[in-house]
Write a protein that binds this ligand. Structure first.
Ligand SMILES: O=C(O)C1=C[C@@H](OP(=O)(O)O)[C@@H](O)[C@H](O)C1
Ligand SMILES: C=C(OP(=O)(O)O)C(=O)O
Length: 436
């Protein structure tokens, strides 16, 4: 049964918007392909609108249908051409995927982003692009802003240090068919591996020839991407908030369109909820989570592959019957905020005991008390603590409720529709930096 009544006895069908990672990859692959591609059910949020505008700045036509049912992208079968200022706002995917696309093209491209994005690392990507012959002007910290004077890339064999992000490798791989001799690449220390699988899978759908060798290197043959129509799945990282809320409120939530064929590693978050006692079912068409009562703790879990969902678990871990330890998450200190510190500080502000090291955190059980949550302009801090608020019937004040717009502008409304005890936060400030 599907209804809007309170959870506990009924199944709620969540309306989860499209995947950011799929939308931005499809935009880039469609822009690099020859001809017109349609992206159905794209995610419409700050990160994807930023990516779309960045492509438009590089003279790639992207037309949206009247209600964003699809975006139509007309690619030229080559890298970026011309002269453009490319504004990446807060989007890591824009800052890591677009420079390789520019480097395989021709012209001058100036990349910049918000102060938050300027603080995030890019050095390993720039080093790899330089090893391939790219001409890049960048300051001593190897961060945004940067200028690429592009004349195409010959390609060859490189290594990209990938312990701080998998996005460098994804960016290089997607540009690789447009390198004159293709690319063989190694990625020592690679984190977030499922995102590389997503990249390779989508590249193949757009016609690329990419193979992984027994030594872990990836070889991409030179070639032209073919225009392809694709449908975007609901975002699995976003779905973690409604699944977690179901698990701790004793309700049932189903996300249609997110099933066994999903390209998103973050769907594995539901396996962790199952470990904590929730009932989970994943079939071809949908994923459903039902809370079964007290959340079970007393385990340790490596979330290095699914790290966008670690704060969802860390927040609700306070309500478990024993401590939960999450490890393998050192690289999350380099995302929109230092997420390990942000989650530990906010839990402590709610009276929850935590311990953490460079790449792990342990959350002890407790009864959270009302607190003002410091979001650090990080959408996932705001969303994870909203779930703890629902589950513990605690009034949290978010210091930047609007920051959820990075990936899910309708987050607060959807949480209220699904969980009637959820109180809409008061939006006191809107913090978004415009292009410089
Ligand atoms: O490739 C992608 O789409 C992403 C990769 C991950 O980043 P890292 O590889 O930096 O962990 C993830 O956190 C981010 O939200 C999206
Ligand atoms: C890390 C994230 O985003 P990005 O790296 O794409 O900015 C995220 O969405 O949690």
């Amino acid at each position: 049964m599907t209804t809007d009544a309170a959870p506990g006895t009924t199944t709620h069908m969540a309306r989860i918007p499209g995947s950011k990672s799929l939308t931005n990859r499809m935009l880039l692959l469609a822009a690099s392909a020859n001809g017109t591609s349609r992206i159905y059910a794209p995610l419409v949020c700050q990160d994807t609108l930023t990516f779309r505008d960045a492509l438009r700045a590089c003279e790639i036509p992207v037309q949206a249908s009247p209600r964003d049912e699809y975006w139509e992208v007309t690619g030229a079968g080559q890298g970026a051409i011309g002269r453009a200022r490319v504004w990446c706002a807060d989007a890591g995917t824009a800052a890591r995927f677009l420079p390789p696309y520019a480097a395989v093209g021709h012209g001058n491209f100036l990349f910049d982003g918000s102060s938050q994005l300027r603080a995030r690392p890019l050095g390993a990507l720039l080093e790899a692009l330089r090893a391939l012959g790219a001409d890049i002007d960048v300051g001593p910290g190897a961060r945004l802003p940067l200028l690429i004077r592009a004349e195409g890339l010959a390609g060859g064999e490189i290594s990209v240090e990938s312990s701080s992000s998998s996005q460098y490798l994804s960016g290089l791989l997607m540009a690789a068919p447009l390198m004159r001799t293709g690319l063989r690449v190694r990625a020592p220390g690679l984190v977030s591996r499922p995102y590389t699988d997503m990249t390779l899978s989508l590249m193949r759908r757009y016609g690329a020839d990419a193979t992984e060798g027994p030594d872990g290197s990836i070889r991409v043959e030179p070639g032209v991407y073919a225009a392809t129509d694709m449908v975007v799945e609901p975002d699995a990282s976003t779905a973690s908030y409604v699944f977690a809320a179901a698990a701790v409120t004793g309700g049932t939530v189903t996300v249609p369109g997110l099933g066994t064929d999903s390209l998103q590693g973050d769907l594995r978050f539901v396996e962790i909820l199952a470990k904590a006692g929730a009932e989970v079912s994943v079939d071809e068409a949908a994923t459903t989570v039902t809370g079964t009562g007290q959340l079970r703790g007393g385990f340790a879990v490596d979330m290095g592959d699914v790290s966008d969902t670690f704060m969802t678990l860390a927040a609700i871990a306070a309500l478990a019957d024993a401590p939960i330890t999450i490890h393998g998450i050192g690289h999350t200190r380099l995302k929109e905020s230092d997420r390990l510190a942000a989650v530990a500080d906010n839990l402590r502000a709610c009276g929850i005991e935590t311990a953490h090291g460079t790449d792990w955190i342990t959350v002890h059980p407790g009864a959270p008390h009302p607190a003002r949550i410091a979001c650090h302009h990080d959408h996932r801090v705001a969303m994870a603590f909203s779930v703890l608020g629902i589950a513990s019937s605690t009034a949290f004040e978010l210091d930047d409720a609007h920051c959820v717009a990075k990936t899910f502008p309708g987050f607060h409304g959807e949480m209220q529709r699904l969980f009637c005890q959820y109180e809409l936060p008061v939006v006191t400030s809107v913090s978004m930096e415009g292009p410089r």
